[in-house]
Design a protein around this ligand. Structure first.
Ligand SMILES: [Mg+2]
Length: 182
């Protein structure tokens, strides 16, 4: 079966790849409901209410026209001071990479900030991000599937250069493979 991201296929991966990307928000910051794009209809669907009593530490979604190692678009977490909404496009500057494994497979998350927001002007690389925020994000991803019995392993944080390499590889992979196929 051929699956795709429906309405999101035509959206460019970003205005200055690999440093500035388009993030399509699925789950706004502070939410516990896991919304995701339904690959068959292109609509946002409620996948589940997280089993763990925790909430997303930033706006969370994906970079269109990218393909990560898990055969899904590359995941992105955007630090925001105010949650946006499901379906919102954020022009995000990449500052770091959280490397984790979900059931033994790489499932990396790039970390971004709103590119044109002056409150984030000083956020250019991982070292500019408050250390405690990085601990929060790591703790969230290590525990959010715990009550589902899913093992997540942290491989730690990488700097912006590693994150942009991941963006580049994922955009190239998408261009090579075309659409996502099951
Ligand atoms: Mg993923």
């Amino acid at each position: 079966m051929v699956t795709d991201l429906g309405n999101y296929l035509h959206i460019s991966p970003g205005t200055d790849i690999p440093r500035v990307v388009n993030a399509i928000v699925e789950i706004p910051k502070g939410r516990r409901s896991k919304f995701e794009v339904d690959k068959e209809t292109g609509l946002f669907r409620l996948d589940r209410y997280l089993y763990s009593s925790s909430h997303y530490p930033g706006d969370y979604g994906f970079i269109p026209q990218s393909l990560a190692e898990d055969n899904d678009p590359l995941d992105i977490l955007v630090m925001v001071n105010e949650a946006t909404f499901t379906g919102c496009l954020i022009e995000a500057r990449i500052v770091g990479l959280f490397r984790m494994r979900d059931r033994g497979a790489n499932d990396f998350k790039v970390l971004g900030v709103p590119h044109r927001d002056p409150l984030f002007d000083e956020f250019q690389d991982l070292g500019d991000v408050p250390a405690h925020y990085l601990r929060e994000v790591e703790h969230f991803f290590l525990t959010y599937k715990q009550l589902e019995g899913v093992a997540i392993e942290s491989l730690g944080w990488g700097p912006a250069a590693e994150a942009t390499a991941e963006v580049r590889a994922s955009v190239d992979r998408y261009r090579e493979k075309g659409q996502v196929k099951d």
